[in-house]
Design a protein around this ligand. Structure first.
Ligand code: SAM
Length: 581
């Protein structure tokens, strides 16, 4: 029996929607620590030396500094390009997929030509594409159909088709031995456990690289790896030190709300999300406290740990049947498209892992064992040369994107062609929101019903005050009595709601661009039957206006564009529903 595709993109979604704080708390609380800021991606330039005899003017100094900065950025970009190019070859170790080129040493530091050097046709685009690198284990480098390319601020690197690709063609195929996978038996929170292993691997890979460099007399390209890595060595032969090529291609900075200060958390506006962010931040601080002794031995501090945790939050797939988080070198360069992904991922298992393999082996020579592989495959429509290769990370509300990936899909991406600068609408979730976007109206049934009871009481009081101002003052009962009456009402409504919708869970009651969550609608109808004076529509209108007010204005002074995008997306949902009520 041949290899079989086990999972499509739907079940192998990027990460689990662990955006709900409850599922995120791994340990009992230990004392909090102050977050320190991450190392910036671009180091400040070294002091420039003024020309002999001339006192540097402010402007000459500025231009020297910016020239130095540009040189450093170019150097870093070239190193990043080489590392990403080497990564794709390393990741596809043992793949017999796209044909191999008879070996000619491609120059990974040379952006443009390097791209053409492994492509079988035109690159379909100019710019800083990177490919090439060392062999994945055969006689020459694989002629991959994709290259990694820097797509600019706000998107980072991505994968781009180097040639026209037919529908269903495999673009990358990574053995599971080179997939960094969570340990399901660990007592630690999944991302903390993976972070510790990543930092240990980084430490060991750097030491191995240093030894390799020293043995070669100090020469050699960084991207080509250290001791034993050069020709495709990986964790299967080198243990933890074998992850070097992947680690060197990881971004040096990742920014998710785990790095937000209190002011940025407040800018999010929504109390539910603010609470979620604070819970996640606390959880990661707690994990750091627990792991600090082991981290110190690796020479790692809070900044390193935070970086590693965010690497996994922003790059893992979640495989639900085994409950595993998987970070897949090379495939982790694919960006998200909410509506028009050009590729998808799947897991292929080795014949030995397939049902019927043993029976077949009795009657015929079985094929040689193959490791299970994680693959990136072009969608049916195929991909044009030069087009970005994107996948869907899943249909999540924007808080999930924000909390884990640190970005919120832009309205233009949600509704129209990516990068077309259009205003969105249609195609996605409507109103320029991405599919899966929703607005939490109430966290749960109890909060909803308490709110309805309070709103009905306030409406009744306002009405009475209008009718008989004096009498109303005299008739108000003692506060304790009123409280009891409200609690009894809340209980009665909750019981009635449970009876009318016995199979529903009432967690996270939402509205979307398409309409109102049926559970919320049902709950409001039950509440309205018990509370005189307010209909379900009045209650929803009033609560949505309240929720809209939480988000303030999108013209606010946001420090992170992801926050602006988040606020804009939530406002769009609320406004869309309000307009249709
Ligand atoms: C799996 S990585 C993809 C590769 C990444 N761009 C890089 O440079 O390494 C996920 C990260 O890419 C960025 N990203 C992915 N899709 C994006 C999109 N549609 N818009 C903006 N940023 C995106 C986000 O920073 C996200 O956390």
């Amino acid at each position: 029996m041949n290899a079989s595709a086990l999972s499509g993109s739907r079940s192998l979604c990027r990460n689990r929607c662990a955006a709900r704080g409850r599922s995120y708390r791994p340990f009992a609380s230990v004392p909090a620590r102050q977050a320190s800021s991450r190392t910036p991606a671009v180091r400040p330039p070294a002091a420039a030396t003024p020309a002999a005899g001339a006192a540097p003017t402010a402007s000459s100094r500025r231009s020297e500094v910016s020239a130095e900065r540009a040189r450093m950025e170019k150097g870093e970009a070239a190193a990043a390009a080489a590392a990403a190019a080497a990564l794709l070859q390393w990741a596809c170790s043992g793949w017999s997929g796209p044909e191999r080129r008879a070996h000619a040493d491609p120059d990974p530091d040379d952006g443009g030509p390097a791209e053409a050097s492994t492509a079988t046709g035109g690159s379909g685009g100019s710019g800083s594409g990177f490919s090439g690198g060392f062999s994945g284990g055969g006689s020459g480098p694989l002629e991959l159909r994709v290259v990694a390319r820097d797509l600019g601020p706000g998107r980072g690197r991505g994968l781009v088709a180097a040639v026209d690709v037919a529908g269903g063609e495999t673009l990358l195929s990574v053995p599971l031995t080179r997939v960094f996978t969570s340990d399901p038996d660990s007592d630690l929170h999944w991302s903390a456990e993976m972070a510790l292993r990543l930092l240990r691997a980084r430490h060991l890979a750097a030491a191995a690289q240093h030894r390799g460099t020293a043995a070669r007399g100090g020469g050699g390209s960084q991207a080509r790896g250290g001791e034993g890595e050069g020709e495709g060595g990986g964790p299967e032969s080198l243990g933890e030190a074998g992850w070097g090529p992947w680690i060197r291609a990881l971004p040096s900075a990742v920014r998710t709300p785990l790095e937000y200060g209190e002011e940025e958390v407040r800018q999010l506006g929504c109390p539910y999300v603010m609470e979620e962010v604070r819970l996640m931040q606390q959880c990661v601080r707690d994990c750091f406290e627990v792991l600090q002794p082991e981290l110190s031995e690796l020479g790692c501090g809070w900044g390193d740990f935070l970086w590693a945790v965010q690497i996994f939050h922003s790059r893992c797939f979640f495989e639900p049947s085994a409950g595993l988080h998987m970070c897949v070198p090379g495939v982790d360069l694919a960006n998200h498209s909410p509506t028009q992904p050009s590729a998808q991922v799947r897991l292929r298992h080795s014949p030995g892992a397939c049902q019927g393999y043993d029976a077949l082996a009795e009657v015929a020579e079985p094929p040689p064992p193959e490791p299970s592989r994680f693959e990136l495959v072009a969608c049916e429509e195929g991909i044009r040369a030069g087009q970005e290769v994107t996948i869907s990370y899943g249909r999540w509300p924007s808080e999930a994107f924000l909390l884990l990936f640190g970005f919120v899909p832009a309205a233009a991406e949600a509704g129209g062609n990516e990068g077309d600068g259009g205003s969105g609408g249609g195609g996605g979730g409507g109103s320029g929101t991405s599919p899966g976007e929703c607005l939490t109206v109430f966290r749960d049934a109890e909060e909803a019903v308490r709110w309805c009871v309070a709103a009905a009481a306030a409406a009744q009081q306002a009405h009475q005050a209008q009718q008989r101002p004096q009498q109303q003052q005299q008739q108000a009962g003692p506060p304790g009595e009123e409280e009891e009456e409200h609690t009894a009402q809340v209980q009665a409504i909750l019981r009635a709601a449970e009876e009318s919708m016995p199979d529903e869970s009432f967690f996270n009651l939402t509205v979307t661009a398409q309409g109102v969550d049926g559970r919320l609608q049902g709950l409001l109808e039950v509440a309205a039957r018990h509370l005189p004076g307010l209909g379900p529509r009045d209650m929803l209108l009033s609560r949505l206006k309240e929720r809209l007010a939480h988000f303030g204005s999108v013209d606010g002074d946001f420090t992170d564009d992801a926050i602006r995008q988040f606020v804009r997306s939530k406002q769009a949902v609320a406004q869309g529903v309000l307009a249709r009520l």
